[in-house]
Design a protein around this ligand. Structure first.
Ligand SMILES: Cc1cc2nc3c(=O)[nH]c(=O)nc-3n(C[C@H](O)[C@H](O)[C@H](O)COP(=O)(O)OP(=O)(O)OC[C@H]3O[C@@H](n4cnc5c(N)ncnc54)[C@H](O)[C@@H]3O)c2cc1C
Length: 500
């Protein structure tokens, strides 16, 4: 197969035209072809194009680069015997992909997940959104699928890693649309994700893995700096010598327990801000020139940033076209906002996080959990200021504004300074009617659980991984990190007998 770039189609032009365009460009008839990348070039609004990278075969020998091999090659298993099943704490993207790889290779992992299984979890979350009654163990952050379940299911990531294509293929094999394999900004949507996660769980159990819901790790049993076991739900001890900590960043009681057990951790900068919402047609018009093009190109997204005079960065993050702003709390008396969308992304509104960077020098103390204290301070304010505080941008500067009152002063000043500039980059972004909701405080972890080059903590047998440990910033990068942690166990140890 050869690889060719820069194959361009007009919006609405059928993809079946691609072989003819390749023939025109190369002079060679195309036998088989597969799209590897599709992006939208909207720099010239009068001449918007879909741009493709395509792998194809031909009878002719061409002066083109060969298509790269995208297949994932598992690492070779080690020789040391395992005493116990490896344990994975958390069944979010990191835990799912660690568990899948370990079960595929015959290591029969045991996943302990504090939240509930999908069906019950969906009911718990819907009850919370309807009545405000929060279940602290089953919510938008905790339960089957982790924080990614009630999300937009964007799979874009800033990292480059050969495992990513394998992860996308795995999602497709479990029910995602095949276009995520080539879209520049792949997205699944919360509706499809819910089924996909359950399908992956079933695959893991068929391969000999085990998943226990409503099973929270409440303590670690350690001896001479080495893991001996885990305490579950405060009453059951399970012997364990290998534990992948795929906790996510909201499991604050667990983080406090890790601190008590002297698991090495350090403070980490993160971000705080608001969700901002606009009618989707404003964004389509701003990005495509003509909002009707969204029918061919999909609802438009954006990514904006501004560097303030005070040195702070203001940026948009986790933009959800055609989505909805949701309450994403996991603790009583605290309000957290985030965004979600369905696969069709056909909602009336676009939303995005609008964030300001928080430095460790902003934290109230040197304590390793001071970033968590910082988050909780503003989540409590947001709860008291309106649960969730919401206001149009036009009133953000006024005294007593509930949204601004739920943020640190530096964030309010930075957002105020940035908005007019962001409005110049994206028409109507700073429209007075743009709706702000507070507080967006969980875009990343405020601490890092330290690990060495083999991904092991200073406490032997513990492998901190994923977003909560500070090594990932979204679904795909958390999944990659989960696979890497599993590979470290595979490289060293011998699998159990494979399940036939
Ligand atoms: C509303 C929302 C929308 C989002 N949208 C996107 C998006 O579109 N694209 C994207 O890339 N990212 C998105 N994210 C972020 C993404 O979900 C996370 O980056 C990702 O889920 C992190 O994966 P993880 O496996 O590291 O942790 P998590 O997904 O947080 O999973 C951790 C799991 O561990 C469990 N757990 C915690 N402590 C314990 C314990 N002591 N014992 C047992 N289990 C425990 C938790 O219950 C949880 O299920 C979104 C997040 C939210 C909340």
């Amino acid at each position: 197969m050869y690889r060719i770039h820069q194959i361009k189609l007009k919006p609405g032009e059928p993809k079946e035209r691609i072989p003819a365009i390749i023939k025109k460009k190369t002079g060679a008839a195309v036998r088989e072809w597969i799209i590897r990348r599709e992006s939208i070039d909207a720099r010239d609004k009068k001449n918007i194009r879909l741009v493709y990278t395509v792998d194809f075969s031909s009878d002719k020998t061409l002066k083109l680069a060969a298509a790269p091999d995208l297949s994932y090659r598992p690492v070779a298993p080690g020789k040391e015997p395992l005493k116990h099943r490896p344990i994975i704490a958390g069944f979010g993207p990191c835990g799912i992909f660690a568990a899948l790889l370990l079960s595929q290779q015959g290591y029969r992992p045991l996943v302990l997940e504090r939240g509930r299984a999908m069906e019950q979890r969906i009911q718990d979350v819907q009850k919370f959104w309807r009545t405000g009654q929060l279940d602290e163990e089953s919510n938008v952050q905790f339960g089957e699928g982790g924080a990614g379940t009630f999300s937009d299911g964007k799979l874009t990531t800033g990292i480059r890693d050969p495992r990513i294509f394998h992860i996308l293929e795995t999602f497709v094999s479990a029910g995602a649309e095949a276009d995520i394999l080539y879209k520049h900004k792949p997205h699944i949507g919360t509706d499809l994700l819910r089924t996909i996660v359950v399908n992956l769980r079933q695959r893991i159990t068929q391969l000999g893995g085990k998943i226990a819901f409503e099973s929270k790790i409440t303590d670690l049993i350690l001896e001479d700096g080495t893991l001996q076991g885990v305490e579950v739900n405060g009453d059951t001890i399970l012997p364990a010598d290998h534990l992948i900590l795929a906790l996510g960043h909201s499991s604050r009681d667990t983080l406090r327990m890790l601190k008590q057990r002297n698991v090495p951790m350090e403070q980490k900068p993160f971000s705080i801000g608001v969700r901002i919402q606009h009618p989707q047609v404003w964004i389509d018009k701003a990005q495509y020139g003509d909002e009707k093009l969204a029918a061919h190109l999909g609802p438009a997204d954006y990514k904006l940033s501004y560097h303030c005079e005070n040195g702070r960065g203001v940026y948009t993050f986790c933009m959800c076209p055609g989505g909805q702003v949701i309450m994403a709390s996991s603790g009583q008396g605290m309000t957290v906002t985030n965004g979600m969308s369905f696969h069709a992304r056909n909602g009336e509104f676009a939303n995005s996080a609008l964030l300001v960077d928080v430095r460790t020098s902003d934290f109230p103390s040197e304590d390793v959990l001071a970033g968590v204290d910082f988050q909780e301070q503003y989540e409590r304010k947001a709860f008291l200021n309106g649960n969730p505080p919401q206001a149009a941008w036009e009133s953000f500067g006024e005294p007593g504004n509930a949204v601004a009152d739920s943020l640190p002063d530096f964030a309010v000043k930075s957002i105020r300074e940035a908005m007019p500039h962001l409005g110049k980059k994206l028409q109507r972004f700073d429209d007075p009617k743009a709706l702000l909701t507070a507080v967006e405080s969980r875009s990343s972890s405020p601490l890092r659980i330290l690990r060495d080059e083999k991904m092991e903590s200073g406490i032997k047998g513990i492998y901190p991984a994923g977003e909560g440990a500070g090594y990932a910033g979204g679904i795909t990068s958390a999944a990659v990190d989960g696979m890497k942690a599993a590979e470290e166990i595979i490289k060293r140890f011998r699998p159990f007998e494979k399940i036939k």
